[in-house]
Structures are given as C-alpha cells and as structure tokens.
Design a protein around this ligand. Structure first.
Ligand code: SAH
Ligand code: SF4
Ligand code: F3S
Length: 439
C-alpha cells in the first residue's frame, strides 16, 4: 500500500482541508504514515498569512529534497494558500524544482486526478485555478483526524479586504454552503459520535449573505443548537463589523453553544482600524464586549491583535494596550504586522521593525499577565470539560477544554477521551488549569 504524509501550516481552515485531501488519498488507496521518510507522497498544505509562515513552509519543503534522493518515486505536492499568490506556482517550481505537483486552493477536489496524471507522465503538474467564485464541491470525502472535534466549513473565502490581509486574494470571494448541506453534515457528525463541532469561516457572521439569507448565521446556529444530545458547538471567526446582537442572545440561550467567542480586534486605535479597513471603531468593539459580558456569564473572549501596522504611533499602540486591559481577553494571538505583496498596506510607509519588536514584547507581557489573572479566577470553580486527549508526557493525566475554551488537565485515562466531566479547578498556571473530577 502507498503511504502519504500531509504537513499542514496555517489556520483551522487548512487543518480541515488537509482532512479533505486525506479523504481523497484514502479513496486512491493511500494510507497515512507518521514519518516523512516512509512516505510515497508528501503533501505540504501551506499558509502565506505572514512572511514567517511562508518561510517555514518553504524551508521544510526544501528539506524534503533528501527524501526524494532516498526514494526516487516519492511524489512531492504543494497545496494551500501559498500556491494561489500571484505567479506562485511557477516561482515555487523554480525555487523548488523537485516539487512534482502544485495545486491551488480551488483545485483540491481534483487532487486524485493530478496524482494519476503525474504518475503516468512523470511531468510536473501545476494546476491553479484563478476563479474567485468557484462552485462548492459538496461531495469530497473527508478523513477526519481531529479526535473528539469535527470541523465543518460553513463558508469559504472572504470579501472584507482588510488592507493587510492576503486571504481574500488567495481564497476568493465569500461562498456560503447551503444551510441544508451544513445541517446534514452536522447531523452525520453527531451520529458518528463527535462531541464537539466547530463551524468554520473567515467571517462566520456574514454567512448566507451571498445566497440571499437574511440572518444566515444566527438562524443556522439556532437550528444546529436545537439538536438534542450531549455535544457542543464552537465557531470561528467572528468579525466585529457584522457581529449581531441576536447572536449574543442565541449563545446565551443555548446550553450546546460554547460560551467562547473569538473576536479579533486587530488594534485599539480608531486611526489604525480605519487604515486597516476594519469597518468598526474601538467604541463599537467595546460596546459588543459589554453586551457579551452582560448576557453571557463567564464567556471566554479571545482575539487576534497586530502591532507595527503602517502609521502606528506610540499613542495608537497605547490605545491597543488600553483596550486589552479593558476587555481582559482569556487569551490572544499577537502578531507583528507582516507586509503581504499586492495588499493595499504594502504600499503604505512601513514602521521601524525595532519599534514593532518592542511593542509586541510589551503587548505579550500585558496579555500574559491578564491570562494569568483570568486563570486565577477559575480556582475553586467547577467546569464542564470535554476530555480531548491524554496530557502530553503523562500516562495518568488527560486534558480537555471548558465551554469557555480553557485547557484543563486532570487525572484520567485513555478511555475518558470523548466524555464530559465536571472538574473542580484546584490550581492554575498561565493559560492552563488543573483540577479533579467530581462526578
Ligand atoms: N478571518 C479572520 C482571521 C484570518 S487571519 C479574521 O478576520 O479575524 C488570522 C489573523 O492573522 C488575523 O486576525 C490577523 O490578526 C493576522 N494577520 C492577517 N494578516 C496579517 C499580516 N499581514 N501580518 C500580520 N498578521 C496578520
Ligand atoms: Fe483577512 Fe480581514 Fe478577511 Fe479576516 S476578515 S480573512 S483579516 S481580509
Ligand atoms: Fe494561512 Fe490561508 Fe489560513 S493564508 S491563515 S492558511 S486561510
């Protein structure tokens, strides 16, 4: 049997797309292997959101040359967002001439055909479809590898064109799946025993706009939450500009929807938010946070925050720190702005990298302090936790997340994976909580 290994970079969207690629490979008779050196096919699923994401992927693909030397029949394929950048297919092949197959984000469904084409002709295959509105293929096989959680795409692409971001260029326009298709997949996942389902989209709050639905996401979520059973629903990502107050009520009113919202703010400065084309102000954002806090008790709110965007001055950065201080995120992904070729911000004057470095360190220090403080507030509380896995490096400890997204470690064994437990939190350490099962 032929063996494959998929190496995935980037966001959950990519993680899930790798599951689709694995589904296709399975139908071709391939089976997964753990070690690159054992593979007959290496598939790199790339990300280009920041320069370092791209460099990491290129570096690792470059290092794969040694496997090709050892196994002349090895097929090396590259897919994902990097391939869809302007002229990326050709430039990837010229930088990494041993890559056999390069496929664009719209071409994944034909992965099987490309592999056959390559094995028959032994000539490089570059297939990158530039269509910004490709039809959604509802029939892709999926080989899920994410344990107790099942990812479900509800939409593809992005229409927002935040001025720093490459995603709209490499993922095309917003395309929503039909609610019936999402509901069918959701039911199938519950029947298959998945306990947690995460709905995916670059901006889930605009779900359905492109297919004429009025309150697409709220209606969908309400419908999905109405299925009975012991399971929970997460979703990401929400864009503050489209975050409807009805959504807060739906989350507050359902025990199945996690009280956990990832609501990237990017910056706390109105000047910068405007330059970023985010379509909300700091006050709009804080108002959403106030409403969430008022209606959803113990809601875990997380964010993406960027520093070093063009024109960011110390005062703008202080506005970001102040916002972080006010919101008290339970966690945040923090980034230094990275120039993406072809985006509007690439043409703006760039700030000194040393200043950006200083700011990211100050931001990380502040958020770490807050994460720790928030963790402390859990001590003594009892949380419902879905056991997701064995704790790293421990035979008798397991881990899983609370509804609000906090990771908890507690004693247990492999048979506990996929079950819910009431766990009393005894101690905390930065973002991690430790506790004991009380039921
Ligand atoms: N669709 C999601 C996020 C997608 S990208 C949203 O709009 O929230 C994930 C995060 O990467 C973004 O929220 C942003 O903080 C960061 N990011 C995107 N482009 C970036 C760039 N050019 N440089 C640095 N960080 C970037
Ligand atoms: Fe990028 Fe903005 Fe779209 Fe998110 S909403 S994917 S940050 S353009
Ligand atoms: Fe990266 Fe593409 Fe996701 S650029 S963050 S993998 S949508």
């Amino acid at each position: 049997m032929q063996k494959y290994k998929i190496i995935t970079y980037g966001c959950q969207m990519n993680v899930h797309e790798s599951e689709k690629a694995a589904g296709i490979l399975k139908t071709l008779g391939y089976e997964p292997c753990l070690d690159e050196a054992d593979a007959d096919l290496l598939l790199y699923n790339t990300c280009c959101i920041r320069d370092n994401a791209e460099k990491r992927a290129i570096g690792n693909i470059g290092a794969a040359k040694k496997y090709k030397k050892a196994n002349r029949n090895l097929i090396i394929a590259v897919m994902g967002c990097m391939t869809q950048q302007e002229k990326a297919g050709e430039s990837l092949r010229s930088r990494l001439p041993f890559v056999d197959i390069v496929i664009g984000t719209n071409n994944l469904d034909k992965l099987g055909e490309y592999i056959t084409q390559f094995t028959e002709a032994r000539k490089p295959v570059i297939a990158i479809d530039d269509n910004e509105n490709p039809a959604i293929n509802e029939n892709l096989p999926i080989y899920r590898t994410s344990g107790t959680n099942a990812w479900i795409n509800i939409m593809y692409g992005c229409n927002n064109f935040c001025t720093y971001c490459i995603v709209p260029y490499v993922r095309g326009r917003e395309r929503s799946r039909h609610p019936a298709a999402v509901i069918d997949e959701f039911k199938a996942m519950l029947d298959a025993g998945y306990k947690e389902i995460t709905l995916l989209g670059q901006n889930v709050n605009s779900y359905g706009n492109d297919i004429g639905l009025k309150h697409g996401f709220v209606d969908l979520l309400e419908k999905l939450a109405s299925f009975s059973g012991d399971h929970r629903i997460r979703f990401m990502t929400s864009h503050p500009k489209d975050f409807s107050r009805d959504l807060i009520d739906v989350i507050a009113g359902s025990k199945n929807i996690c009280n956990n919202i990832h609501l990237p703010v990017q910056s706390g400065s109105d000047k910068i938010l405007k330059l970023m084309n985010r379509h909300y102000t700091r006050a709009d954002y804080l108002d959403i946070i106030d409403q969430i806090r008022a209606k959803i008790p113990n809601c875990g709110i997380t964010s993406d925050i960027m520093v070093g965007f063009p024109y960011e001055e110390e005062a703008d950065f202080l506005d970001t720190l102040d916002l972080v201080e006010r919101v008290k995120y339970s966690g945040a992904f923090t980034f230094v702005y990275s120039v993406r070729k072809g985006t509007p911000a690439a043409a703006m004057p760039q700030i000194d990298p040393l200043i950006a470095k200083d700011r990211i360190m100050r931001l990380v220090a502040l958020q770490n302090k807050i994460t720790k403080e928030v963790s402390k507030t859990y001590e003594g509380r009892t949380c419902r936790v879905l056991c997701e896995d064995m704790a790293p490096k421990h035979d008798n400890l397991v881990c899983g997340r609370t509804d609000c997204g906090r990771m908890v470690t507690f004693s247990g064994n492999i048979g506990d994976i996929g079950k819910f437990f009431d766990v009393e939190i005894e101690s905390s350490k930065s973002a991690s909580l430790f506790g004991k099962v009380i039921n």
